[in-house]
Design a binder for this molecule. Structure first.
Ligand code: ADE
Length: 225
């Protein structure tokens, strides 16, 4: 998979790809991530990437020209499955969207800033608009990093134990059950006996029950879907 990220702040989004699972996925060649600084594509003397909005009003709007030039250049080099725009009014990211996107070959992610982008960009270049939740960030970069993490960890070979992605919260509409590690007793606080029993069918049934109870108290909406 190849991900091209278009941003006015490359320094804000690079670091999540330089550690842990995402770094290893890149080193193993399972994903390629490229950053494009929008400022490198402006044709005006001031190197500005934004302008005042027509009709007046506070806040700058990202201009169409550098975005068009950057996306058009990328599209001349390869085909893209999606051109995604990170924005708080997009569809809210969930596990099933991440699952679907982990199967794609090439995607572009445009990070919004200021008041957003000129609507013509959204109408003519963007194929999908994604939000990471009902709150407003200073820009799309952190959202893009969240989106990339949720996708990349699902690419086969990225997680050393592939089943660990399958037992994540949300993968089957249930939150994950509680987990414990050594010591079996800490300052008098004990791990549930069942987990030390070695009876794996019973342990599995216990985990399913706990996952169900946890989901019922915390996210009952997931059970009614
Ligand atoms: N940009 C600003 N807020 C955002 C959000 N919640 N999700 C994605 N991109 C954003």
């Amino acid at each position: 998979m190849r991900i091209d990220i278009i941003t006015v702040l490359p320094e804000l989004i690079k670091s999540p790809f330089e550690a842990s699972i995402l770094k290893r996925a890149i080193e193993k060649g399972l994903v390629e991530v490229h950053f494009h600084n929008l400022r490198d594509y402006t044709t005006n003397k001031q190197k500005s990437v934004d302008d005042y909005q027509f009709g007046g009003g506070a806040g700058m709007v990202m201009s169409i020209q550098p975005i068009d030039d950057c996306i058009t250049k990328l599209k001349s080099e390869r085909e893209y499955d999606e051109v995604i725009y990170m924005t708080p009014d997009g569809e809210t990211l969930n596990q099933s969207m991440a699952n679907g996107m982990s199967l794609l070959k090439n995607i572009i992610i445009l990070c919004g800033h200021y008041k957003g982008v000129d609507q013509r960009v959204r109408d003519h270049f963007i194929t999908r608009e994604i939000s990471i939740g009902d709150y407003v960030l200073s820009g799309g970069e952190l959202g893009a990093a969240v989106l990339c993490d949720s996708i990349i960890r699902l690419i086969p070979g990225v997680l050393s134990n592939e089943t660990s992605a399958l037992t994540d919260s949300f993968q089957d509409n249930l939150l994950a059950p509680p987990v414990y590690t050594r010591p079996a007793e800490y300052k008098g606080i004990k791990v549930p006996d069942i987990l030390l029993s070695g009876n794996f069918p019973k342990i599995e049934a216990w985990r399913e029950q706990k996952a169900y109870e946890h989901t019922k108290t915390r996210r009952p909406d997931l059970l009614s879907d």
